[in-house]
Design a binder for this molecule. Structure first.
Ligand SMILES: [Zn+2]
Length: 433
């Protein structure tokens, strides 16, 4: 089995990884570069496209999740290659791309391409010639994200994708139970390491888990009649925590696009996770008060037009996006809203600062309430301990070289192999025998 990371050995995002045997080949993720994390010497999108697909067989492209830095270049993939993603992730991506299509005047529309993506299922093996892939659902700030167990040429590789264990999906020690029951010892681990360059940020943040985020949100909602949350529309674990934290007597406000995402997540994941179920008030699900166009939603979906003359009296929590005008306009009607900032703090100041976010916050009161979508060092260490791989390849990190110097990883430093983008790593069938 051979492994080649075309992009992502030394950067966060823009990920593309190839797994091949003598006759078969699959690609994992085909992501767009995040402008703020793109390394200067990585392949451009066009170079990448040629390098990955020109004159080469490809049995499929598997996306770990719907974030743009993993799925963003899907339109460029040759149309005869089958694409795969998780079932709920596909539904969320459809809503997302429909929105993108509606605002982009030029270029190819994406919805029909996304509708054609096939779905893999959690725990069910997919065969790509002699490459066997088992997807395992994992916790991340994108709902319905997956790790892949890859088996070929008598070897076992675990590809983590983006993961963590401090969200709703990771509660009750799910990661450990899953690894022990279904994965066990592996030969090689390809692990994300996003947080390795953000360890100071983790230490400064008093909020460690999504459950803690929910508890703090409840405290804030009780003492603020107008709370406005800046959160990624697809960060559904955080959104469900916020939704559940709204006290009885107060209301929940968002736009139709956001409501569709929440309703989709509830329909699919509510069966398994109580926090993905609606709050029942006197036996009926909490209403969504919709700002802007209802886009076809109505009483059947429990959605009602927001009327701030009433909502302001009762108190409310509104999910907002800084780039949508309707949210900016209604901010002017509020008396003294508290802005809850629930995104990466790097967008607030410094070289990655986003002027639109700064502008939206303006002089309003603000509290940062956010947890990372990525694994803390101790979670990565736990995964290494549980899977006991001979080789560890870091990716999706700016700190690949420093990986083995992190104290928690000291016992494993001899196992770490830092690859360069485009370098082929051959997992010999005779290794360790
Ligand atoms: Zn991600």
């Amino acid at each position: 089995m051979k492994i080649k990371i075309y992009r992502g050995t030394h950067q966060i995002g823009g990920c593309v990884t190839e797994i091949s045997t003598e006759k078969h080949r699959i690609v994992i993720d085909f992501g767009a570069n995040l402008p703020e994390h793109c390394q200067k010497d990585t392949l451009s999108d066009e170079e990448l496209l040629k390098a990955v697909f020109d004159h080469k067989v490809c049995d499929g492209v598997l996306f770990t999740h719907y974030h743009g830095d993993h799925v963003g270049l899907y339109k460029k993939i040759p149309k005869d290659i089958p694409l795969y993603i998780g079932p709920t992730a596909k539904k969320i991506l459809e809503i997302l791309i429909q929105k993108v299509d509606s605002v982009s005047e030029t270029g190819e529309k994406g919805l029909s391409l996304v509708q054609n993506i096939r779905c893999y299922l959690p725990g069910r093996k997919e065969l790509f010639g002699d490459i066997k892939i088992t997807p395992f659902m994992t916790d991340h700030s994108a709902l319905d994200s997956y790790m892949f167990l890859i088996e070929a040429d008598g070897k076992k590789v675990l590809f983590t994708g983006d993961f963590r264990e401090h969200g709703i999906i990771g509660e009750n020690n799910t990661l450990e139970k899953m690894v022990q029951a279904y994965i066990g010892k592996i030969d090689l681990l390809i692990t994300e390491g996003t947080m390795l360059s953000r360890m100071g940020e983790t230490q400064r943040n008093p909020i460690r888990t999504e459950a803690e985020l929910g508890r703090r949100a409840e405290e804030l909602f009780r003492v603020n009649k107008e709370s406005v949350i800046l959160v990624s529309s697809t960060n559904l674990d955080s959104i469900m925590e916020f939704y559940h934290a709204v006290p009885w007597g107060m209301d929940f406000v968002c736009d139709a696009y956001q409501a569709k995402l929440i309703l989709t997540a509830m329909a699919d994941k509510g069966k398994y996770y109580p926090k993905y179920r609606p709050v029942l008030i006197h036996g009926k699900p909490r209403r969504f008060y919709i700002i802007g166009d209802l886009e076809g939603l109505g009483a059947k979906e429990n959605c009602y037009k927001a009327d701030f003359s009433i909502l302001k009296k009762k108190g409310f929590t509104m999910l907002a996006r800084e780039n949508k005008m309707v949210f900016r306009e209604c901010m002017e009607k509020f008396s003294d809203p508290l802005i809850i900032y629930s995104k990466w703090t790097g967008y607030l100041e410094g070289k990655h600062a986003d002027p639109k976010i700064r502008d939206f916050i303006g002089k309003h009161r603000m509290e940062i309430l956010h947890t990372s979508g990525h694994a803390y060092v101790e979670t990565i260490e736990k995964l290494i301990r549980l899977t006991n791989p001979e080789i560890i390849i870091p990716m999706h990190t700016e700190y690949a070289e420093k990986f083995s110097r992190i104290p928690a990883f000291a016992p494993y430093q001899d196992r770490v192999r830092v690859l360069c983008d485009g370098e082929e790593y051959c997992l010999s069938p005779f290794y360790g025998t």
